[in-house]
Design a protein around this ligand. Sequence first.
Ligand code: NAD
Length: 335
Amino acid sequence: MRVAMFSTKGYDKTFFQAENRNHNHDIAYLEARLTAETAKLADGYPAVCVFVNDILDTSILDDLAGKGVTLIALRCAGFNNVDIKAAHKLGVKVVRVPAYSPHAVAEHTVGLMLALNRKIHRAYARVREGNFALEGLLGFDMRGKTVGIIGTGKIGQCVAELLHGFGCRLFAHDPYPNQKLVDIGVEYVSLRDMFSQSDIITLHCPLMPETYHIIDDAAIRMMKHGVMLINTSRGALIDTPDVIDALKDGKIGYLGLDVYEEEGDLFFEDLSDKVIQDDVFSRLLTFPNVIVTGHQAFFTSDAMKSIAKTTLANISKVEKGEQCENEVTVEHIKS
Ligand code: NAD
């Protein structure tokens, strides 16, 4: 199948070229992000392959369908950037990679917790300057601390299993409790109870209208003073200005982010020679107790191989007219 692959980096090309030996799709590796302006690059390609910050709203989908696009292959799990209803109406199939390595994201999540707790980012800089003083580096034992996990699907489950190994007390919130986690002692509680009792809160639910800004001023007011907040899911789960206010008065004691609501203009690019225009993001970078990574939680070689394998298999199945188990339908946005 002829595939226009948007937002392609060198690493995408490496993994997709290797896996494509098993499929022989005709792939155009495009660096551009998919936007209203760049949609014309898909002319002549029945399949479009996209990543997390490509935009597939009604008008772009309309434009793509008019150009003969019949398949959108997401090379990620989340599909909040695609108007699924609009795609369905236009007869454009949407497929995704529901699980490539939940372990990759979960391990990065726990990495952020440990780095923030033990101030590894600060220790690294200090030691390189010959400063071996310990003042300001005091951490806490993870063992015995209460961690609240919002969303216990594939990634949330892995996070819970890792933290179970640390000896944490685990609270969870999910409309569909996960029996495997109940069996290891995870307690499903209301958000109110989670917020008021957790030392660490970590987000692993999808971004949907119900979860948009799930962490806002009202939620933060219920939390313990000095709580650690981690978001490796989607940026808009957090109201960033509210979180900044809470960092300023110490209510939030640690913040670890791999995603940011306005990341589309920043992440995945080298902007080190540019002046960042986003003042909210820039403010975040001034706090000593904040670590931001640029949407890299998924980025392991194991996950990249798995993403390429599933994405190209999805495309092959649709090309052959076979049922694809990874199709995203309107049913997915009802749950
Ligand atoms: P999943 O579908 O397996 O799990 C999501 C869980 O969230 C489900 O159990 C669901 O019931 C639950 N949920 C839905 N609504 C909820 C609500 N209102 N409150 C609490 N829980 C709710 O998904 P996953 O594979 O575990 O991925 C989770 C999210 O992680 C994705 O939606 C994606 O946005 C994000 N993600 C980030 C990266 C990264 O690199 N940073 C990589 C992959 C996925």
